[in-house]
Design a protein around this ligand. Sequence first.
Ligand SMILES: [Zn+2]
Length: 66
Amino acid sequence: MRFSLFKKSGPKATDPVCHMKVDMEKPPGGSHEHEGQTYYFCGPGCKRAFEKEPQAYLSGEKKVDM
Ligand SMILES: [Zn+2]
């Protein structure tokens, strides 16, 4: 018998595009390395947006409203 009442929660990272908390062990949108830093994404859409213009999101110039 298996009990999985307590879900193990891994370390969380913040999606740089939409600022959602993302599980670093299983990021739904995958991860991307930029200037030695690894970023994690809530979905492939955010990853694509970040890959296109990483600076715009890191500087806070661009924001996505969910
Ligand atoms: Zn996102």
